[in-house]
Design a binder for this molecule. Structure first.
Ligand SMILES: Cc1cc2nc3c(=O)[nH]c(=O)nc-3n(C[C@H](O)[C@H](O)[C@H](O)COP(=O)(O)OP(=O)(O)OC[C@H]3O[C@@H](n4cnc5c(N)ncnc54)[C@H](O)[C@@H]3O)c2cc1C
Length: 380
Protein backbone atom coordinates (compact mmCIF):
# COMPACT_ATOMS: atom_id res chain seq x y z
CA UNK A 1 0.00 0.00 0.00
CA UNK A 2 1.16 3.53 -0.63
CA UNK A 3 2.14 5.68 2.31
CA UNK A 4 2.31 9.08 0.61
CA UNK A 5 1.09 11.00 3.61
CA UNK A 6 3.58 9.45 5.94
CA UNK A 7 6.91 10.79 7.11
CA UNK A 8 10.09 8.72 6.94
CA UNK A 9 9.63 8.01 10.65
CA UNK A 10 6.15 6.68 10.05
CA UNK A 11 7.39 4.51 7.22
CA UNK A 12 10.11 3.00 9.36
CA UNK A 13 7.69 2.45 12.25
CA UNK A 14 5.34 0.68 9.83
CA UNK A 15 8.15 -1.51 8.50
CA UNK A 16 9.45 -2.31 11.99
CA UNK A 17 6.02 -3.27 13.36
CA UNK A 18 5.28 -5.38 10.32
CA UNK A 19 8.60 -7.24 10.60
CA UNK A 20 8.04 -7.72 14.35
CA UNK A 21 4.50 -9.06 13.89
CA UNK A 22 5.62 -11.52 11.23
CA UNK A 23 8.09 -13.15 13.63
CA UNK A 24 5.18 -14.27 15.83
CA UNK A 25 2.67 -17.00 15.13
CA UNK A 26 -0.55 -15.49 13.72
CA UNK A 27 -3.69 -15.22 15.83
CA UNK A 28 -4.88 -18.36 14.04
CA UNK A 29 -1.98 -20.40 15.40
CA UNK A 30 -1.49 -18.81 18.83
CA UNK A 31 -3.58 -19.65 21.89
CA UNK A 32 -3.07 -16.31 23.55
CA UNK A 33 -1.30 -13.11 22.72
CA UNK A 34 0.18 -12.15 26.09
CA UNK A 35 3.75 -12.59 24.86
CA UNK A 36 3.06 -10.60 21.72
CA UNK A 37 1.51 -7.82 23.83
CA UNK A 38 4.43 -7.72 26.23
CA UNK A 39 7.08 -7.74 23.54
CA UNK A 40 5.24 -5.07 21.58
CA UNK A 41 5.06 -3.00 24.76
CA UNK A 42 8.79 -3.41 25.42
CA UNK A 43 9.47 -2.10 21.94
CA UNK A 44 7.38 0.98 22.76
CA UNK A 45 4.53 0.13 20.40
CA UNK A 46 1.67 -0.20 22.90
CA UNK A 47 2.33 3.11 24.64
CA UNK A 48 3.50 5.03 21.59
CA UNK A 49 0.68 7.58 22.07
CA UNK A 50 1.17 8.09 25.81
CA UNK A 51 3.14 11.06 27.17
CA UNK A 52 6.90 10.62 27.41
CA UNK A 53 6.90 11.96 30.96
CA UNK A 54 4.92 8.86 31.98
CA UNK A 55 6.86 6.24 30.08
CA UNK A 56 5.09 6.55 26.74
CA UNK A 57 6.43 7.32 23.28
CA UNK A 58 5.12 10.89 23.19
CA UNK A 59 3.52 10.40 19.76
CA UNK A 60 -0.20 10.30 18.98
CA UNK A 61 -3.20 8.27 17.87
CA UNK A 62 -1.77 8.47 14.33
CA UNK A 63 1.16 6.30 15.38
CA UNK A 64 -0.90 4.01 17.63
CA UNK A 65 -3.32 3.35 14.75
CA UNK A 66 -0.40 2.66 12.44
CA UNK A 67 0.91 0.04 14.90
CA UNK A 68 -2.47 -1.69 15.21
CA UNK A 69 -3.02 -1.67 11.44
CA UNK A 70 0.35 -3.33 10.79
CA UNK A 71 -0.14 -5.94 13.51
CA UNK A 72 -3.52 -6.78 12.00
CA UNK A 73 -2.19 -6.85 8.45
CA UNK A 74 0.30 -9.49 9.62
CA UNK A 75 -2.54 -11.56 11.10
CA UNK A 76 -1.79 -10.51 14.66
CA UNK A 77 -4.35 -7.90 15.72
CA UNK A 78 -4.30 -6.79 19.37
CA UNK A 79 -7.92 -5.87 20.08
CA UNK A 80 -7.12 -4.48 23.53
CA UNK A 81 -5.02 -1.72 21.93
CA UNK A 82 -8.33 -0.11 21.02
CA UNK A 83 -9.15 0.04 24.69
CA UNK A 84 -6.13 0.10 26.98
CA UNK A 85 -3.76 2.72 25.50
CA UNK A 86 -6.25 4.42 23.15
CA UNK A 87 -9.29 5.01 25.35
CA UNK A 88 -8.12 4.51 28.92
CA UNK A 89 -4.57 5.83 28.45
CA UNK A 90 -5.82 8.89 26.60
CA UNK A 91 -8.51 9.74 29.13
CA UNK A 92 -6.13 9.34 32.07
CA UNK A 93 -3.39 11.33 30.32
CA UNK A 94 -5.79 14.17 29.49
CA UNK A 95 -8.01 14.30 32.56
CA UNK A 96 -6.47 12.14 35.28
CA UNK A 97 -4.87 13.44 38.46
CA UNK A 98 -1.10 13.46 38.77
CA UNK A 99 -1.38 10.40 40.99
CA UNK A 100 -3.56 8.49 38.49
CA UNK A 101 -1.12 9.31 35.71
CA UNK A 102 1.85 8.05 37.73
CA UNK A 103 -0.02 4.96 38.83
CA UNK A 104 -1.36 3.86 35.45
CA UNK A 105 0.37 5.36 32.43
CA UNK A 106 3.87 3.86 32.81
CA UNK A 107 2.32 0.43 33.39
CA UNK A 108 -0.13 0.66 30.52
CA UNK A 109 2.82 1.68 28.33
CA UNK A 110 5.24 -1.05 29.41
CA UNK A 111 2.64 -3.80 29.17
CA UNK A 112 2.62 -4.76 32.86
CA UNK A 113 -0.99 -3.59 33.19
CA UNK A 114 -4.04 -3.54 30.99
CA UNK A 115 -7.29 -1.60 31.33
CA UNK A 116 -10.66 -2.55 29.83
CA UNK A 117 -13.47 -0.08 29.07
CA UNK A 118 -17.17 -0.56 29.79
CA UNK A 119 -19.88 1.70 28.45
CA UNK A 120 -22.39 -0.61 26.68
CA UNK A 121 -25.46 -1.62 28.69
CA UNK A 122 -28.09 -4.24 27.93
CA UNK A 123 -31.01 -1.79 28.03
CA UNK A 124 -29.26 1.18 26.45
CA UNK A 125 -27.27 -0.37 23.56
CA UNK A 126 -26.45 2.25 20.96
CA UNK A 127 -28.28 4.90 22.96
CA UNK A 128 -25.60 5.74 25.52
CA UNK A 129 -27.76 8.56 26.85
CA UNK A 130 -29.89 5.85 28.43
CA UNK A 131 -27.18 4.23 30.49
CA UNK A 132 -28.30 3.66 34.05
CA UNK A 133 -25.11 2.63 35.83
CA UNK A 134 -25.27 5.18 38.58
CA UNK A 135 -22.66 6.66 40.84
CA UNK A 136 -23.67 8.06 44.20
CA UNK A 137 -21.57 9.54 46.95
CA UNK A 138 -21.16 7.98 50.34
CA UNK A 139 -18.89 10.23 52.37
CA UNK A 140 -15.81 10.59 50.22
CA UNK A 141 -16.42 7.20 48.56
CA UNK A 142 -18.42 6.45 45.46
CA UNK A 143 -20.96 3.63 45.23
CA UNK A 144 -21.45 2.32 41.71
CA UNK A 145 -24.41 0.15 40.64
CA UNK A 146 -25.51 -1.11 37.27
CA UNK A 147 -24.95 -3.59 34.44
CA UNK A 148 -22.70 -3.65 31.40
CA UNK A 149 -22.51 -6.00 28.45
CA UNK A 150 -20.01 -7.01 25.74
CA UNK A 151 -17.08 -5.53 27.63
CA UNK A 152 -13.86 -6.94 26.15
CA UNK A 153 -10.95 -8.34 28.13
CA UNK A 154 -12.24 -7.79 31.68
CA UNK A 155 -10.60 -11.07 32.78
CA UNK A 156 -7.14 -10.08 31.55
CA UNK A 157 -7.39 -6.41 32.51
CA UNK A 158 -6.19 -5.18 35.90
CA UNK A 159 -9.08 -2.73 35.99
CA UNK A 160 -12.00 -1.57 33.88
CA UNK A 161 -12.78 2.06 33.18
CA UNK A 162 -16.53 2.13 33.76
CA UNK A 163 -18.79 4.83 32.38
CA UNK A 164 -21.43 5.70 34.95
CA UNK A 165 -23.74 8.64 35.32
CA UNK A 166 -24.74 11.20 37.81
CA UNK A 167 -27.92 12.98 36.90
CA UNK A 168 -27.84 16.63 36.11
CA UNK A 169 -30.21 17.93 38.78
CA UNK A 170 -31.58 20.59 36.43
CA UNK A 171 -32.07 18.79 33.13
CA UNK A 172 -31.89 15.09 34.00
CA UNK A 173 -29.57 14.67 30.98
CA UNK A 174 -26.71 12.20 31.05
CA UNK A 175 -23.62 13.42 32.79
CA UNK A 176 -21.16 10.62 32.14
CA UNK A 177 -18.42 10.08 34.65
CA UNK A 178 -15.60 7.61 34.51
CA UNK A 179 -14.39 5.29 37.27
CA UNK A 180 -11.42 2.97 37.49
CA UNK A 181 -12.73 -0.31 38.91
CA UNK A 182 -9.99 -2.83 39.84
CA UNK A 183 -10.78 -6.36 38.69
CA UNK A 184 -11.24 -7.90 42.13
CA UNK A 185 -13.30 -5.15 43.77
CA UNK A 186 -16.12 -6.69 45.86
CA UNK A 187 -19.46 -6.48 44.02
CA UNK A 188 -17.82 -6.27 40.58
CA UNK A 189 -18.93 -9.50 38.92
CA UNK A 190 -18.32 -10.78 35.42
CA UNK A 191 -19.67 -13.56 33.24
CA UNK A 192 -18.12 -14.47 29.90
CA UNK A 193 -20.53 -14.25 26.95
CA UNK A 194 -20.50 -17.20 24.59
CA UNK A 195 -19.54 -15.39 21.38
CA UNK A 196 -19.24 -16.85 17.87
CA UNK A 197 -15.78 -15.32 17.67
CA UNK A 198 -12.57 -17.28 17.90
CA UNK A 199 -10.50 -14.49 19.40
CA UNK A 200 -8.40 -14.66 22.53
CA UNK A 201 -10.09 -11.56 23.94
CA UNK A 202 -13.44 -12.50 25.43
CA UNK A 203 -16.52 -10.34 26.00
CA UNK A 204 -18.20 -10.07 29.40
CA UNK A 205 -21.47 -9.19 31.01
CA UNK A 206 -20.81 -7.21 34.19
CA UNK A 207 -22.88 -6.65 37.29
CA UNK A 208 -21.88 -3.81 39.58
CA UNK A 209 -23.64 -4.42 42.84
CA UNK A 210 -22.99 -1.46 45.15
CA UNK A 211 -19.32 -1.38 44.24
CA UNK A 212 -17.57 0.85 46.75
CA UNK A 213 -14.74 2.92 45.32
CA UNK A 214 -12.46 5.48 46.88
CA UNK A 215 -12.75 9.13 45.82
CA UNK A 216 -9.68 8.81 43.60
CA UNK A 217 -11.35 6.15 41.42
CA UNK A 218 -13.08 8.99 39.56
CA UNK A 219 -11.13 10.06 36.48
CA UNK A 220 -11.57 13.70 35.62
CA UNK A 221 -14.34 16.00 36.65
CA UNK A 222 -17.81 14.67 37.47
CA UNK A 223 -19.23 17.79 35.78
CA UNK A 224 -17.11 17.73 32.64
CA UNK A 225 -19.79 15.85 30.75
CA UNK A 226 -19.45 14.43 27.28
CA UNK A 227 -16.18 16.18 26.40
CA UNK A 228 -14.11 13.85 28.57
CA UNK A 229 -15.89 10.79 27.31
CA UNK A 230 -15.38 11.69 23.67
CA UNK A 231 -11.71 12.35 24.33
CA UNK A 232 -11.59 8.56 24.66
CA UNK A 233 -14.30 7.55 22.18
CA UNK A 234 -12.80 9.33 19.18
CA UNK A 235 -9.47 7.46 19.52
CA UNK A 236 -11.55 4.28 19.94
CA UNK A 237 -13.19 4.90 16.56
CA UNK A 238 -9.88 5.64 14.85
CA UNK A 239 -8.41 2.50 16.37
CA UNK A 240 -11.37 0.36 15.32
CA UNK A 241 -10.80 1.68 11.81
CA UNK A 242 -7.16 0.57 12.08
CA UNK A 243 -8.32 -2.83 13.33
CA UNK A 244 -10.66 -3.20 10.34
CA UNK A 245 -8.11 -2.02 7.79
CA UNK A 246 -5.46 -4.37 9.21
CA UNK A 247 -7.83 -7.33 9.07
CA UNK A 248 -8.96 -6.40 5.56
CA UNK A 249 -5.36 -6.19 4.35
CA UNK A 250 -4.56 -9.54 5.93
CA UNK A 251 -7.52 -11.21 4.21
CA UNK A 252 -6.74 -9.52 0.91
CA UNK A 253 -3.11 -10.66 1.13
CA UNK A 254 -4.20 -14.26 1.59
CA UNK A 255 -6.57 -14.01 -1.34
CA UNK A 256 -3.91 -12.51 -3.61
CA UNK A 257 -1.41 -15.26 -2.81
CA UNK A 258 -4.04 -17.84 -3.61
CA UNK A 259 -5.30 -16.13 -6.77
CA UNK A 260 -1.77 -15.96 -8.20
CA UNK A 261 -1.18 -19.69 -7.72
CA UNK A 262 -4.45 -21.52 -8.01
CA UNK A 263 -5.04 -22.75 -11.56
CA UNK A 264 -8.14 -24.69 -12.55
CA UNK A 265 -8.25 -23.87 -16.27
CA UNK A 266 -5.32 -22.53 -18.24
CA UNK A 267 -4.41 -19.51 -16.12
CA UNK A 268 -4.31 -18.73 -12.38
CA UNK A 269 -7.77 -17.73 -11.14
CA UNK A 270 -6.45 -14.21 -10.50
CA UNK A 271 -6.45 -13.67 -14.26
CA UNK A 272 -10.25 -13.89 -14.32
CA UNK A 273 -11.65 -10.42 -13.90
CA UNK A 274 -14.52 -11.77 -11.83
CA UNK A 275 -11.85 -12.59 -9.24
CA UNK A 276 -9.41 -9.75 -9.93
CA UNK A 277 -11.78 -6.78 -9.98
CA UNK A 278 -13.45 -7.32 -6.61
CA UNK A 279 -9.97 -7.75 -5.11
CA UNK A 280 -8.87 -4.50 -6.73
CA UNK A 281 -12.01 -2.84 -5.36
CA UNK A 282 -11.28 -4.19 -1.91
CA UNK A 283 -7.79 -2.71 -2.09
CA UNK A 284 -9.17 0.68 -3.18
CA UNK A 285 -11.76 0.66 -0.38
CA UNK A 286 -9.11 -0.14 2.21
CA UNK A 287 -6.85 2.62 0.91
CA UNK A 288 -9.70 5.14 1.03
CA UNK A 289 -10.64 4.09 4.53
CA UNK A 290 -7.05 4.49 5.61
CA UNK A 291 -6.94 8.02 4.22
CA UNK A 292 -9.97 8.95 6.29
CA UNK A 293 -8.47 7.25 9.33
CA UNK A 294 -5.29 9.26 8.90
CA UNK A 295 -7.31 12.46 8.62
CA UNK A 296 -9.25 11.65 11.80
CA UNK A 297 -6.09 10.74 13.71
CA UNK A 298 -4.36 13.87 12.46
CA UNK A 299 -7.24 16.11 13.59
CA UNK A 300 -7.35 14.40 16.95
CA UNK A 301 -3.62 14.72 17.49
CA UNK A 302 -3.81 18.39 16.48
CA UNK A 303 -6.32 18.96 19.29
CA UNK A 304 -9.40 19.46 17.09
CA UNK A 305 -11.84 17.27 19.05
CA UNK A 306 -14.90 18.41 17.10
CA UNK A 307 -13.35 17.88 13.67
CA UNK A 308 -11.91 14.57 14.81
CA UNK A 309 -15.37 13.41 15.92
CA UNK A 310 -16.88 13.64 12.46
CA UNK A 311 -13.82 12.22 10.70
CA UNK A 312 -13.43 9.37 13.20
CA UNK A 313 -17.04 8.34 12.62
CA UNK A 314 -16.57 8.40 8.86
CA UNK A 315 -13.29 6.52 9.10
CA UNK A 316 -14.84 3.83 11.31
CA UNK A 317 -17.73 3.49 8.85
CA UNK A 318 -15.48 3.29 5.80
CA UNK A 319 -13.08 0.85 7.45
CA UNK A 320 -15.85 -1.38 8.79
CA UNK A 321 -17.43 -1.66 5.36
CA UNK A 322 -14.08 -2.11 3.57
CA UNK A 323 -13.11 -4.82 6.05
CA UNK A 324 -16.37 -6.76 5.66
CA UNK A 325 -16.12 -6.62 1.85
CA UNK A 326 -12.42 -7.54 1.74
CA UNK A 327 -12.98 -10.56 3.98
CA UNK A 328 -16.05 -11.63 2.02
CA UNK A 329 -14.16 -11.43 -1.27
CA UNK A 330 -11.11 -13.17 0.17
CA UNK A 331 -13.22 -16.08 1.39
CA UNK A 332 -14.88 -16.32 -2.00
CA UNK A 333 -11.54 -16.24 -3.83
CA UNK A 334 -10.38 -19.33 -1.99
CA UNK A 335 -13.47 -21.35 -2.96
CA UNK A 336 -13.85 -24.28 -0.57
CA UNK A 337 -10.57 -23.42 1.06
CA UNK A 338 -12.13 -20.15 2.15
CA UNK A 339 -13.90 -22.16 4.80
CA UNK A 340 -11.17 -24.55 5.93
CA UNK A 341 -9.44 -24.09 9.26
CA UNK A 342 -6.10 -24.43 7.52
CA UNK A 343 -6.51 -21.13 5.67
CA UNK A 344 -8.24 -19.43 8.60
CA UNK A 345 -10.35 -17.02 6.58
CA UNK A 346 -13.75 -18.40 7.58
CA UNK A 347 -13.29 -17.20 11.14
CA UNK A 348 -12.75 -13.69 9.85
CA UNK A 349 -16.32 -13.60 8.56
CA UNK A 350 -17.57 -13.16 12.12
CA UNK A 351 -14.56 -11.11 13.23
CA UNK A 352 -14.93 -8.60 10.39
CA UNK A 353 -18.53 -7.90 11.43
CA UNK A 354 -17.27 -6.53 14.71
CA UNK A 355 -15.84 -3.56 12.84
CA UNK A 356 -19.32 -2.86 11.47
CA UNK A 357 -21.12 -3.12 14.82
CA UNK A 358 -18.71 -1.82 17.46
CA UNK A 359 -18.07 0.57 19.07
CA UNK A 360 -20.74 2.44 17.18
CA UNK A 361 -22.78 0.71 14.51
CA UNK A 362 -22.92 1.52 10.83
CA UNK A 363 -26.46 2.89 11.21
CA UNK A 364 -25.58 5.16 14.11
CA UNK A 365 -22.77 6.65 12.05
CA UNK A 366 -25.14 7.20 9.14
CA UNK A 367 -27.51 8.86 11.63
CA UNK A 368 -24.68 11.07 12.88
CA UNK A 369 -23.70 12.16 9.38
CA UNK A 370 -27.33 12.72 8.34
CA UNK A 371 -28.03 14.93 11.34
CA UNK A 372 -24.76 16.55 12.27
CA UNK A 373 -23.11 16.90 8.88
CA UNK A 374 -26.05 17.16 6.51
CA UNK A 375 -28.54 18.85 8.82
CA UNK A 376 -31.39 16.38 8.17
CA UNK A 377 -34.07 15.87 10.84
CA UNK A 378 -33.95 12.98 13.29
CA UNK A 379 -36.27 9.97 13.07
CA UNK A 380 -35.72 8.94 16.69
C1 LIG B 1 -16.69 -8.17 19.81
C2 LIG B 1 -17.28 -7.00 20.53
C3 LIG B 1 -16.52 -6.32 21.46
C4 LIG B 1 -17.07 -5.25 22.18
N1 LIG B 1 -16.31 -4.65 23.14
C5 LIG B 1 -16.87 -3.69 23.92
C6 LIG B 1 -16.14 -3.12 25.01
O1 LIG B 1 -14.97 -3.45 25.24
N2 LIG B 1 -16.75 -2.19 25.79
C7 LIG B 1 -18.04 -1.81 25.57
O2 LIG B 1 -18.54 -0.97 26.32
N3 LIG B 1 -18.76 -2.33 24.54
C8 LIG B 1 -18.21 -3.26 23.73
N4 LIG B 1 -18.95 -3.80 22.68
C9 LIG B 1 -20.33 -3.39 22.49
C10 LIG B 1 -20.59 -2.60 21.22
O3 LIG B 1 -20.07 -1.31 21.34
C11 LIG B 1 -22.12 -2.62 20.97
O4 LIG B 1 -22.45 -3.92 20.58
C12 LIG B 1 -22.56 -1.61 19.95
O5 LIG B 1 -22.42 -0.31 20.48
C13 LIG B 1 -24.02 -1.81 19.54
O6 LIG B 1 -24.87 -1.89 20.66
P1 LIG B 1 -25.90 -3.11 20.79
O7 LIG B 1 -25.15 -4.37 20.58
O8 LIG B 1 -26.66 -2.94 22.06
O9 LIG B 1 -26.89 -2.95 19.56
P2 LIG B 1 -28.28 -2.13 19.52
O10 LIG B 1 -28.08 -0.74 20.00
O11 LIG B 1 -29.33 -2.93 20.15
O12 LIG B 1 -28.53 -2.07 17.95
C14 LIG B 1 -29.00 -3.20 17.21
C15 LIG B 1 -29.16 -2.80 15.74
O13 LIG B 1 -30.12 -1.74 15.63
C16 LIG B 1 -29.55 -0.64 14.94
N5 LIG B 1 -30.08 0.62 15.51
C17 LIG B 1 -30.19 0.98 16.82
N6 LIG B 1 -30.68 2.22 16.93
C18 LIG B 1 -30.87 2.69 15.68
C19 LIG B 1 -31.33 3.91 15.12
N7 LIG B 1 -31.72 4.95 15.88
N8 LIG B 1 -31.38 4.03 13.78
C20 LIG B 1 -31.00 3.00 12.98
N9 LIG B 1 -30.55 1.82 13.44
C21 LIG B 1 -30.49 1.67 14.77
C22 LIG B 1 -28.05 -0.77 15.16
O14 LIG B 1 -27.31 -0.11 14.16
C23 LIG B 1 -27.86 -2.26 15.15
O15 LIG B 1 -27.73 -2.72 13.82
C24 LIG B 1 -18.42 -4.85 21.94
C25 LIG B 1 -19.17 -5.52 20.97
C26 LIG B 1 -18.63 -6.58 20.27
C27 LIG B 1 -19.48 -7.29 19.26
Amino acid sequence: MTTLLESEEHKSLRAAVSAFAKTHPTALEAEDNTRLWQEAAKLGYIGVNLPEAYGGGGAGITELALVLEELGAAGNPLLMMIVSPAICGTVIARFGTEEQKREWLPRLADGTRLMAFGITEPDAGSNSHRITTTARRDGTDWILSGRKVFVSGVDIADATLIVGRTDDARTGRLKPCLFIVPRDTPGFERRAIDMELSAVERQFELVLDDVRLPADALVGDEDAGLLQLFAGLNPERVMTAAFGIGMGRFALGKALEYARERTVWKTPIGAHQAIAHPLAQAHIDLELARLMMQKAAHLYDAGDDAGAGEAANMAKYAAGEACVRAVDQAVHTLGGNGLTREYGLGRLIAASRVARIAPVSREMILNYVSHQTLGLPKSY
